[in-house]
Design a protein around this ligand. Structure first.
Ligand code: COA
Length: 249
């Protein structure tokens, strides 16, 4: 267990808070495993109606811990980041995200698999996979071109251009952009609590219906992306870029 993930249960709501402020909530292997296990328990526990994922009102997450990527890169599709994303994809309960500040790498990708996303207008999102010698992950190479068209998605995935919370909401990546990080966290909590009053069976069947059409194709794409991502982590391009990040700090 690590206090880098804080778990809080209030009634039917489970909150998973990323809490590693000195490293901008960058996700380590231990953090992924704890998140995965919490999501699996939430899925199995009939008392839990919804899961809220949040960072602080200043930072969501800087993505995968870059030192971890160099020292203990995921070697197969059962490695901790894959375990976490599989639990998120398989979670039958609604998952709500509250985002403020930086949401980088998997911090952006994971939002594509949440049900409702409340974000501060000035949040800074970015998927710098190519910039790090890597490639898109967890279905983003399928979902983003569909959502935005190839030309816009290419700007985000090939150039690694950053974008704001306001843009994320305008493009359908987030549900609503709020005036501040605090407002995004408050709104996400209020919405997540509404699931206490909604019929859980109806919510789960409806979520399943919304996700089922693309499920098989998404699974296949994620498998291909995952295998390439694991390969790319060992490439000289990625090792140079990731080592450069560490060296600059
Ligand atoms: N992995 C490991 N450590 C990270 C990290 C990451 N992904 N992102 C930030 N950190 C660490 C920094 O090394 C620094 O640690 P230090 O104080 O011990 O040197 C600390 O967090 C603060 O980061 P800093 O860059 O000074 O904060 P900032 O507010 O100027 O910028 C970010 C925040 C998120 C924009 C910037 O840190 C960043 O771009 N991080 C890399 C994100 C990334 O590429 N993730 C994708 C991985 S696939």
């Amino acid at each position: 267990m690590t206090d880098a993930i804080l778990l809080q249960r209030e009634g039917g709501l489970l909150t998973l808070q990323l809490n590693r402020p000195d490293k901008k909530n960058a996700l380590t292997r231990a953090m992924y495993t704890q998140l995965a296990e919490a999501l699996e328990q939430a899925d199995a526990d009939s008392g839990i109606r919804a899961v809220l994922i949040q960072g602080s009102n200043e930072c969501f997450t800087a993505g995968n811990d870059i030192a971890d990527f160099l020292e203990q890169p995921p070697s197969d599709l059962d490695s901790p980041p894959f375990h976490f994303m599989k639990s998120l994809l398989n979670c039958r309960k609604p998952v709500i995200a509250a985002v403020a500040g930086a949401a980088v790498g998997i911090g952006t990708t994971l939002l594509l698999h949440c049900d409702l996303v409340y974000i501060s207008r000035d949040a800074r999102l970015r998927m710098p996979f190519v910039n790090l010698g890597l490639c898109p992950e967890f279905g983003s190479s399928l979902i983003l071109p569909r959502l935005l068209g190839h030309a816009k998605a290419a700007e985000l995935l090939l150039l690694g251009e950053g974008f704001t919370g306001e843009q994320a909401a305008a493009w359908g990546i987030a549900t609503e952009a709020m005036g501040s990080g605090e407002a995004a966290l408050v709104k996400a909590r209020e919405v997540a609590q509404r699931f206490e009053t909604l019929a859980p069976g109806a919510v789960q069947v409806s979520k399943q219906l919304m996700k089922s059409v693309d499920r098989e194709q998404l699974r296949q794409v994620i498998e291909v992306e995952g295998a390439l991502f694991v390969q790319r982590l060992k490439s000289p391009e990625a090792i140079a870029a990731l080592s450069g990040f560490i060296a600059r700090r």
